[in-house]
Write a protein that binds this ligand. Structure first.
Ligand SMILES: Cc1cc2nc3c(=O)[nH]c(=O)nc-3n(C[C@H](O)[C@H](O)[C@H](O)COP(=O)(O)O)c2cc1C
Ligand SMILES: CC(C)CC(=O)C(=O)O
Length: 365
């Protein structure tokens, strides 16, 4: 396994095609799925020379959580679909690497158990954040927040791009609507009478509004990040509502199709928040060069979604560990080649749009 794409190929060869489609797929025509990756390819790096340093510092602190590198595990549901140990295996790999795992509310291992696995592998400083779909029944939401807090999660990542579930036509064609027998969304156990962990229990709530964020702000002292804010005006509103950070995300193209690539939106969103809160980004990150481009344009860190599922499918805990080490190596190598000794050296002047004839007044095309 030498690249993220190797993991993708290996996972596809191993997995039930229905599950492989669930992971790879996106909404409708998957225009945004493709745009996320393409956007990174449309930028070029412009390195500095003769700024040598023997080693690069990759570590960073995000909202009080220490991470050994600015690459987080974005929340992905249903890890037991691809590995019998599910999120526990992922958490051990993340903790051993010293990076932050954002646990999906729709995990197939309970968040407390995931935290135990993370601490067993990474010690007491292992960092987990918890992703939340605010439920219209606020009592249920409060219970979920309590479960995450009791497990030791150090931030809440509230997904706000899902007033309804994105229309994944691969899943529809494949008839994939719920977890196979024996697997459950373990965080949802014993929340409502007579139901225990069905995916359909997760209510995508079209009524969600800023009042819900204000309410959440009242009931928890954990840092709150919003995942899925795309409009710069909403980024400004987030700051006004006391949100601590943004995860700039289009859900990997799985919600509204044809929204812009997250990388494309990054300059506008960082300008809107004007340094008041950190902006993280996910969507299409597959290479160390992608991480450097996002950080140069102002992201505090990036998240990876599908690559984690592919690596877990390919090799379980070891696979995810290898994936994270690979990306760390690529990031370190890119920093060195850019003449950067740390993340603070990554500035917008290192990035420019890919060459086009227009640079020469249209003389060359
Ligand atoms: C299989 C899968 C499951 C996901 N589950 C969740 C989830 O439970 N909650 C959430 O907020 N985002 C979820 N996402 C979106 C990811 O958090 C992330 O935004 C996206 O995957 C990033 O793009 P990438 O896959 O290109 O790295 C999921 C994505 C995938 C591929
Ligand atoms: C609907 C969730 C359970 C999972 C999710 O967010 C996703 O598959 O993108």
């Amino acid at each position: 396994m030498l690249t993220v794409h190797d993991f993708e190929t290996a996972a596809r060869a191993k997995l039930d095609p229905v599950f492989a489609d669930f992971i790879a797929g996106g909404a409708r025509d998957e225009i945004t799925v493709r745009a996320n990756e393409t956007a990174f390819g449309a930028l070029r790096l412009l390195p500095r020379a003769l700024r040598g340093s023997a080693a690069r510092e990759l570590g960073t602190t995000l909202l009080g959580s220490r991470a050994s590198m600015p690459i987080l595990l974005s929340p992905t549901a249903f890890h037991k679909l691809v590995d019998p140990e599910g999120e526990s295996a992922t958490a051990r790999a993340a903790a051993a690497t010293g990076t932050i795992m954002i646990v999906s509310m729709a995990s197939t291992v309970a968040v407390g158990e995931i935290a135990d696995a993370a601490r067993a592998a990474g010690g007491p400083t292992a960092q987990l954040w918890f992703q939340l779909y605010i439920q219209p029944d606020l009592e249920i939401t409060e219970t979920l927040v309590r479960r995450a807090t009791d497990a030791g999660c150090t931030a809440l990542v509230v997904t706000v791009d899902s007033p309804v579930l994105g229309a994944n036509e691969r899943n529809r064609r494949n008839g994939f609507h719920d977890l196979p027998a024996g697997l459950r969304c373990e965080n949802l156990r014993d929340l409502r009478d007579g139901e225990s962990g069905h995916v359909r229990q997760i209510v995508m709530s079209p009524e969600l509004n800023w009042g819900h964020i204000d309410w959440l702000r009242e009931i928890t002292s954990l840092p709150i990040l919003l995942k899925g804010v795309l409009h710069p005006e909403d980024a400004r509103l987030a700051v006004r509502h006391g949100v601590d950070g943004l995860l700039l995300s289009n859900h990997g193209g799985r919600q509204l199709d044809t929204v812009p690539a997250t990388l494309e939106l990054l300059p506008e969103i960082t300008a809107a928040v004007a340094g008041r809160i950190p902006v993280l980004l996910d969507g299409g990150v597959r290479r160390g060069t992608d991480v450097v481009k996002a950080l140069a344009l102002g992201a505090a860190a990036v998240g990876i979604g599908r690559p984690v599922m592919w690596a877990l499918a390919e090799g379980g805990e070891k696979g995810v560990r290898r994936l994270l080490e690979l990306l760390r190596e690529e990031l370190d190598d890119t920093l060195a080649l850019c003449g950067a000794s740390g993340l603070n050296d990554l500035t917008p002047d290192l990035v420019r749009p890919a060459w086009s004839g227009r640079l020469f007044g249209g003389a060359v095309s």
